[in-house]
Structures are given as structure tokens and as C-alpha cells.
Design a binder for this molecule. Structure first.
Ligand SMILES: O=C(O)CCC(=O)C(=O)O
Length: 272
């Protein structure tokens, strides 16, 4: 599929480090995905943010299909080329009147990718406007270096380590989304989101895409082929779920999550 984003939008992304909004699917489809996430939360007794991190797509075949959604993939390919791997995904939910936030940060500081060409797609499954605490970006921040992050471990920060960079809030540009729309940002673009002051939950899924030539600067890791081919073999393959909550892929997810935490702890200690 071509023509999801224009060449002007590609140029905008390269210059500014983000692009939003782009329509993936309709509000009814978004509501169905939200229903499935909330059914999972009800059955498991825990919030989606808890376990469905790093590789949330490994929990459900429908989320794998979402990661391979033709309109999303076409927009990603327009930015990073035909051969696309998904190295991770995370569900981000804030409840109505939820004080939790996402501090200003760069994904590149933690992803361990070389070169820095990863693109994050954030798909809204509910309304994510200013009131609901939508994501903001600092335009053009992707052109600078990796910034030093302070790890605050703030209990209200949705990021695992509360990693934060200091930037001028006034430079932030909001990316409001309607259900079924998505935003895109470069892994070096500084981004974050404030508390949800609305009466509804704000739920989105972030998918992390990279060109197949990307290497891991950490230990060997896994990814899922989303489009094109992988001529490089830098990544092992994810264990894709065959059924909802497939025990094989969930065990794989839990193992990846613990490795990610160990790897980052080692890197932070080494840096200190
Ligand atoms: O959900 C949010 O507000 C932030 C998500 C985020 O940091 C990301 O998608 O990279």
C-alpha cells in the first residue's frame, strides 16, 4: 500500500522528528481493541501497563496484526524503507483523572540501536487530546545527540525508570489523536505526556519499528519481521502468539523484560 503519507509529510518528519495525526482505522475498530484490552485487564486483575511492556504484541495475535496493519506499515516504510522489523511495543494507559505522566525523554537513550533510525508509532484506542494527556514532542530535537537522562523512579511516572531530560516545556508541541489515529516520532525526538485530566481513560499502543539493517548495541535480541525481508540476520525471531495469551510467547515476553532490566541496570552502573 502506498500513499498513506505524502512526500511532503516524509520531509516534515525528517526535518521536525515527528508526524501526526494519521488515520489507521475507524473509531469503531479502535473501540473493539480497547474492549479487548479492558477484558484482559478484568480477567488478569492487573492494568495493561504492568505486563504488556517491551513486546506487548506477544500477548495477542490481534496485536501482531495491528503491528502489521497495512496503513501503519506503509507510513513506516515511507520513512525507513521496505524492510521493517518490529523490535518492541508497549501499552500506555492512563485512567480518568490519573496523575501519572510520562517525563520528557528520548527513546534512543535506552533502546540500544545502531544506527538511530527507529520510528515509534503511537496508536490511539481512545481520545488522546490535550485534556487527556496526549503526547508532546520537542520539534527538531532528533537532530541533536543522545541526552543524559536522570533516573527519578517517580511513582507517578509511567516510564520504568522515570528517566527524564530537562527541556524547555514551552517548546513542546502536542500531538492530539482521535481513536484510530496514530502519531510517529523518531527515537531521538524528545517526547512526554502530562496527567490525564479528562473523564475517560487514555489508552494507546506504541509500536517500535526499525529498518532491518539496524544492529543491537546490547546483547543479541529478537524482533518480528513486519514487512519486506531481513537480509541481515542481526536479530533472532520473536515467538509470535498463536492464541490470546499464548503461554509460549508470554514466557518469552517475561524473559525479554527481565533481560532488558538487567541490561539497562548494567549499562547505567557502568556509566556511573
Ligand atoms: O503514552 C505516552 O504518553 C508516552 C509514550 C511514549 O513514551 C512512547 O510511545 O515512546
Amino acid at each position: 500500500m502506498t500513499g498513506v503519507i505524502t512526500s511532503e509529510q516524509v520531509e516534515f518528519f525528517k526535518r521536525e522528528g515527528y508526524l501526526s495525526p494519521i488515520r489507521a482505522f475507524g473509531a469503531e475498530e479502535a473501540a473493539e481493541y480497547r474492549r479487548r484490552i479492558e477484558a484482559y485487564e478484568k480477567a488478569s486483575g492487573e492494568e495493561v501497563n504492568k505486563r504488556l511492556k517491551i513486546k506487548a504484541h506477544l500477548a495477542f495475535p490481534w496485536m501482531v496484526d495491528l503491528a502489521r496493519h497495512p496503513r501503519i506499515v506503509a507510513a513506516v516504510q515511507a520513512l525507513i524503507g521496505p524492510d521493517v522489523l518490529l523490535f518492541g511495543s508497549s501499552a500506555f494507559a492512563k485512567n480518568a483523572h490519573d496523575p501519572r505522566f510520562v517525563s520528557w525523554h528520548q527513546d534512543s537513550a535506552y533502546y540500544g540501536l545502531d544506527p538511530h533510525e527507529e520510528v515509534t508509532v503511537w496508536v490511539a484506542l481512545s481520545k488522546a487530546d490535550s485534556l487527556a494527556g496526549c503526547m508532546s514532542v520537542i520539534p527538531r530535537s532528533h537532530r541533536g545527540p543522545d541526552l543524559e537522562h536522570e533516573e527519578t523512579y517517580d511513582a507517578n511516572n509511567l516510564l520504568a525508570r522515570g528517566q527524564t531530560v530537562i527541556v524547555d516545556d514551552a517548546k513542546g508541541v502536542e500531538m492530539p489523536l482521535e481513536p484510530g489515529e496514530f502519531s510517529m516520532h523518531h527515537e531521538r525526538t524528545v517526547h512526554g505526556s502530562p496527567a490525564n485530566r479528562s473523564d475517560d481513560r487514555r489508552i494507546g499502543i506504541a509500536f517500535f519499528y526499525m529498518p532491518a539493517h539496524t544492529r543491537s548495541t546490547m546483547a543479541r535480541r529478537s524482533a518480528m519481521l513486519v514487512a519486506g525481508e531481513d537480509k541481515y540476520g542481526h536479530w533472532d525471531r520473536d515467538v509470535e502468539p498463536e492464541i490470546d495469551l499464548d503461554p509460549k510467547s508470554l514466557a518469552f515476553l517475561d524473559n525479554v523484560w527481565s533481560q532488558y532490566r538487567d541490561e539497562n541496570t548494567t549499562r547505567q552502573v557502568a556509566r556511573a
